[in-house]
Design a protein around this ligand. Sequence first.
Ligand SMILES: C[S@@+](CC[C@H](N)C(=O)[O-])C[C@H]1O[C@@H](n2cnc3c(N)ncnc32)[C@H](O)[C@@H]1O
Length: 198
Amino acid sequence: MSNKLDASYWQSRYENNQAGWDLGAASKPIVEYVNQLTDKNLSILIPGCGNAHEAEYLFKKGFKNVKVIDLAAAPLENLKKRVPDFPESQLIQGDFFELNQQFDLIIEQTLFCAIDPVLRAEYVQKASELLKPNGKFVGLLFNREFESGPPFGGNKDEYLNYFSPCFQNIEMEICHNSVAPRSGTELFFIAKGIKNLV
Ligand SMILES: C[S@@+](CC[C@H](N)C(=O)[O-])C[C@H]1O[C@@H](n2cnc3c(N)ncnc32)[C@H](O)[C@@H]1O
């Protein structure tokens, strides 16, 4: 991993109140996706969860098998304070790239754009490895460029190059229900894992 974007970098962003990506609530496209899920037993991973408003939303909706992972301790502490019932064993302070479990659903929001772009192929490959057969990788990606990152931008063609070898039935379209400041600049995707990829 790039030394710059390590745990202490992210921890200091939270400590210095430089977490401008934090929406303060679960993001609308993810809320709407979650609202149509019926199986409350799904095992769900939210990598690079940050303050984990989406995990809070899921947990309070009855999805109890939700795991979150983040390099930084501060946002996980914040989740614990807001949702004291959230099981400690489902809060992981660590590196997504070192995780070694499988899930039915992985939800992406502003982790992909936060990692060093040289790691993008590895990130997508890792997400596919962490899915159970036929599991789903779902979330949001920026469809724009930034002057410097993080966040690092990109576009659908670039992302499909990473996704196509690792996923099937990839849907990736302009997001119609982004939060206002991101309106028109996000892609919403749903990608199905390939059975026996690894
Ligand atoms: C831009 S923030 C997004 C946080 C959250 N997803 C949100 O939307 O508010 C990126 C988050 O990913 C975490 N992160 C970066 N690299 C990571 C990695 N390799 N493994 C786990 N978490 C990581 C950072 O600590 C930070 O909390």
